[in-house]
Ligand binder design. Structure first.
Ligand code: CU
Length: 126
C-alpha cells in the first residue's frame, strides 16, 4: 500500500506539535497547602532545571513553604524558605527555583504545631 507523501508530512507535523522535540528548560510546579498537608503536581525533580513553583494556600490559616533536607528545621540550612507573611489564606506565590544537588528533600511548613502534625511532603531530586 502506498501512502501519499502529504499524508506522511501531515502526520509528522501533527506529531511535532503535540510532542516538542526540544527538552524543556522550565516547568510549572503546582503546590497546594492546607491543614496540614502539601499536594504537588511534581514530586520527582531534576537537578539543574529551573522550575516555577506556584504555591497556593488553600487552607483557613496561614502557612509557610520551605524546601529542606529531610528533618532539617534550621532555616539557614534550608534550600528555600518562603515566610508565613507571604501565605495568608488564599494567597498564591510564584517562585522560580533550581535544584543544585540531588537526594531526598521535603516540602515543609515549620510553623509551630504544623511540622509536628506532619505538614511535610517528601520529594526526590535526580
Ligand atoms: Cu502550616
Amino acid at each position: 500500500m502506498r501512502i501519499p507523501v502529504f499524508v506522511l508530512l501531515a502526520v509528522l507535523v501533527a506529531g511535532c506539535v503535540q510532542t516538542p522535540w526540544y527538552s524543556k528548560s522550565q516547568e510549572d510546579v503546582l503546590v497546594t497547602m492546607d491543614e496540614f498537608s502539601f499536594k504537588s503536581s511534581v514530586t520527582e525533580f531534576r537537578k539543574g532545571v529551573e522550575y516555577t513553583f506556584v504555591i497556593k494556600n488553600a487552607g483557613k490559616i496561614p502557612h509557610e513553604f520551605a524546601i529542606a533536607p529531610m528533618g532539617v528545621t534550621d532555616h539557614a540550612k534550608m534550600l528555600l524558605h518562603l515566610n508565613v507573611e507571604l501565605f495568608p489564606p488564599g494567597a498564591e506565590v510564584r517562585k522560580k527555583f533550581t535544584f543544585t544537588q540531588d537526594g531526598k528533600f521535603e516540602f515543609a511548613c515549620h510553623i509551630m504545631g504544623h511540622y509536628e502534625n506532619m505538614m511535610i511532603l517528601i520529594i526526590t531530586v535526580n
